[in-house]
Design a protein around this ligand. Sequence first.
Ligand SMILES: [Zn+2]
Length: 479
Amino acid sequence: MISTFTLFHSFIFFLYLLISTPSRASLFSGIETGDLEKKGDLFPQILRDEAVARLHELGKVSDASEYLERTFLSPATTRAIDLIRKWMEDAGLRTWVDEMGNVHGRVEGANANTEALLIGSHMDTVIDAGKFDGALGIVSAISALKVMHVNGNLQNLRRPVEVIAFCDEEGVRFQTTFLGSGAIAGILSATTLEIPDKKNVTIKDVLKENSIEATEESLLKLKYDPKSVWGYVELHIEQGPVLEQVGFPLGVVKGIAGQTRLKVTVKGSQGHAGTVPMSMRQDPMVAAAEQIVLMENLCKHPEEYLSYGGHCSDSSTKSLSSSLVCTVGEISTWPSASNVIPGQVTYTVDIRAIDDLGREAVIYDLSNRIYQICDKRSVSCLIEHKHDAGAVICDSELSSQLKSAAYSALKRMEDDIQDEVPILMSGAGHDAMAMSRLTKVAMLFVRCRGGISHSPQEDVLDNDIWAAGLATLSFLENL
Ligand SMILES: [Zn+2]
């Protein structure tokens, strides 16, 4: 059960950070890299130089020639799997690819029978993606383990450590998120394999193309026994501007906002753009346009819309006012011609909020209003729930271990570090959401330039990549 109060409180703290901390230069901006390298053994060759080179190399593994695109088990993903597997083996890990296309690299450490730490992120990307989303979490974990391997410490790990590069977090091809982590957590439905892409190729077909014969039973077998797992840790770029604002390279994640994806289909009467009088039209395009503008108003001012309906408590409404975000990112029309009144318009709605009950109230209210607009305009509407994920609160103990690791890494890089490691909420979904259904989870965010993500402009300072690797190393050394 997620405490609304805790969530709201953390969000206020998060806003406090935004408002109260004066923007200052990068924590490492005043230090020459040469000075850092003189400061003891911080493994810059592996944790920074090689990690940066690997991120750029993986960033070139794409299905498109002009931009980065790597979707679930595409040809580029198959090449990425080989590359990641090679890096895992280079770090002394035993590797395999499971029946959903996740790559695993594991070391047993000193106590093979103890519960394992799982650590990872996703290797798939959006279309025209940045190089760091997902990839940074995979590369940092491998780099930190490589340092231990090179120093002969891998066998001293107090528990087994398994790095997992998940196959599908963005859900670009099948509109399904968490195919990889969902399989490991055992939360996929039995019909998952039958989900088709836009060309009617199913997940089962794609797996078969990659020589993976998956069945309902084999899918169920991918679920890890919760008793064999100690926890899951994910390092990820922030994808937001807070860390840059407060001038800190790393931050600990308190929780991840819940999210819902809807698909709205509006059907009207297809006709000739020149001959059907305006008064006689049943145009699904303008109905969709009205619905989208209404959605924006509702999500900007939920307190005005929801307070009348009585479906939302005061605390939920307050929490929504500061965290609710709604987006229509995809729209398609049929037959999509300039001289035809469309017969059908389909669009997606992505709704996120820290408060689950509040999010449900928004969906309830929005759905009613969408149907009202359809009635008013004499078109038909269908609203389908494509994805629902509740908000996730990170484990406090695991988070405080991550926080100490981040602090000690930054301390090793810069002696006079005073600030507390920031604590923030995540508006973006992550594999940690699915993994929270299996085990306790914690996340570390890494500063990214301008808070930009899902864009080729996505960027992370080399020294921040180093800090991320060093924090992961410190965490692993103190498991
Ligand atoms: Zn991501």
